[in-house]
Design a protein around this ligand. Structure first.
Ligand SMILES: NC(=O)c1ccc[n+]([C@@H]2O[C@H](COP(=O)([O-])OP(=O)(O)OC[C@H]3O[C@@H](n4cnc5c(N)ncnc54)[C@H](O)[C@@H]3O)[C@@H](O)[C@H]2O)c1
Length: 166
């Protein structure tokens, strides 16, 4: 099978790995669908690739018309069930076993695409909830640390005063 027979491709996950993989494939002439479950992460992934291309243009290592062609080969997709059938699927999603096994089942055609996407979205909401819980815990810890630090300052002032009175 030739490389071009593997087009278009889809990269699932637009984080550190996914955006780099998508850029390399687009630069190599592939039509790339880049997907992320979080719209902001997808926008940031695409913006990052554009920034890398601008940088290469400024350095003189990439022509403007080539950069434009690469940008045109990169298609951000909000949902994997909105992509054309892709013979090559690259998974670069967060290291969570359940997410990876869902994507693997979808790739192998073991579960219906729509059911798989719904299941994945459910897991993403759960991850977002967990992240928001952790943020809440961190905020609480910060408040406690601040209060302890205030108490320490007050105590050390009192100790100084007592020492001065001696
Ligand atoms: N960063 C590295 O150096 C590195 C090296 C080797 C392997 N890896 C592996 O590559 C994978 C990705 O790592 P990363 O560093 O890019 O992580 P990352 O956190 O930067 O990006 C992961 C992205 O996946 C998205 N995502 C999560 N679930 C999804 C889903 N169901 N559908 C679509 N998108 C989803 C997240 O929103 C996030 O933007 C991990 O499995 C990691 O272990 C990373």
């Amino acid at each position: 099978m030739t490389a071009t027979a593997l087009q278009p491709i889809i990269v699932i996950g637009a984080g550190t790995m996914g955006r780099g993989i998508a850029q390399v494939f687009a630069q190599s002439g592939y039509d790339v669908n880049l997907n992320d479950a979080i719209p902001k992460a997808l926008d940031e992934g695409v913006a990052f690739i554009h920034k890398m291309l601008e940088r290469a243009m400024q350095k003189g290592t990439l022509k403007a018309e080539d950069a434009l062609a690469i940008k045109n080969r990169l298609h951000p997709v909000r949902s994997i069930n909105k992509t054309p059938k892709c013979p090559l699927i690259i998974e670069a999603a967060t290291e969570i076993l359940e997410i990876k096994s869902d994507i693997s089942e979808i790739k192998k055609g073991q579960i219906d695409l729509k059911d798989g996407v719904n299941r994945l979205e459910g897991r993403m909401y759960k991850v977002e909830d967990d992240v928001s819980d952790i943020r809440g815990d961190v905020a609480e810890i910060k408040t406690t640390v601040n209060a302890m630090s205030d108490a320490l300052i007050t105590t050390s002032k009192e100790v100084k005063q007592l020492k001065a009175q001696k």
